[in-house]
Design a protein around this ligand. Sequence first.
Ligand code: ZN
Length: 458
Amino acid sequence: MDDLVALLKRELGDAAVLTGDDVSARATSYWDAAPMQAKAIVRPGTTDEVASVLKHCYERNQPVVTHGGLTGCVQGAQSDGGDIVISMERMNQIEDIDTVAHTLTVQAGAVLESVQNDVAAEGMFLPLDLGARGSCTIGGNVATNAGGINVIRYGMARALVLGLEAVLPDGTVLSSMNKMLKNNAGFDLKQLFIGTEGALGIVTRVVLRLQPQATTRNTALAALPNFAAIPALLNHLKSTVGASLSAFEAMWGNYFAGVTEDGWHKAPMGREHSHYILFECDGSDPARDNERFMEVVEQAFEKGIIEDAVIPKSEAERSALWAIRDDFEAIVSVKPVFLYDVSLPITSMEAYVADVEALLAKLLPTAKIYTLGHIGDGNLHFFVQAHTDDAEARELSDRAIYEPLANYEGSVSAEHGIGFEKKEWLSQSRSAAEIAVMQQLKNTFDPKHLLNSGVVVD
Ligand code: ZN
């Protein structure tokens, strides 16, 4: 056995260090069923153990890859046989829920959904939510500045982080577990670890802002006649129930029809509409909120913005509507399939999607495209099913998505990050000066390039 692996087993205990079949029994990621590759998976239980592992790796020039829930979409946690993986899975405890100051102190390996539930049990609300909630971890959410479905109201993960603790590649523990909304005492160092994809350090603990739990929730799935009705509906909702609007999820007709094919989700309304919007309002006034919501939906009908709407009458019905948005197994089970995550102003979206469809039809005529997005945030997702095993399919599909984006000053990543997958496209969204500063930061924090090496920038 490798000397370092033997040392880590002695220090952390055999159960904390997996090798051989215990490594390959794991899948590479949620998106890739191939066996995981790594020299060992080390599972520290404390920040001090993370620091000790990193220090040993640093002294021996050992590359390290950090693992959270492995739901990331851009190969940001991909390891090879020469890497030591540090999995945060054992650091999964909630340390404190402060219902007076509205803060949550939690370890990085805690799974988002279980944290949401524990916070709810205390009468509070964690306004971070995304489809991967059942597997993704708080540390991964912070390291990737996760977005998701509540961004329209509460902002991305960054907006919720008050403080954090991270371990630098050489084993230095940097603890900035601030709990205040205001703290201008020098540089705000936590920002260096939010959205930097684990390239500068390993996030071990986090302080997040909480909100009071809503007492009313109103949901609707609406069918729209065309794209122009999307911003019209969004602006109608903003100007009526604005502050309580917590989700506004758009599905193009191709996506809605795709996930409601026979044998998949049951379509709660006709499948022939141009676009569908799933929107939700959370409020605190049971006497008025429900009635107001119905009024606002009624007005949207009268204005011709929506053609049909379904309003769930139970939590089960609501979950079934959300499953149409969150569970796209019907689409991703047809391999090979490529997932995209771009952002651009809503005013350019219709033209951009038309450009993408036209270029894809030209470059990869066998492909089928499915479109959805967090429209209020300017964020679009595409699934492209290749329907060919042509080795160049991925490259052609990438071109169809990214090349038209340049004309609209969009971003090649809205919320998924860069990882390895989008590195070659980073320069389309960031200037040479911006990329040079990213490289300087990497060289400063990780001069040996041992931590998540090659992710985002070289
Ligand atoms: Zn998304």
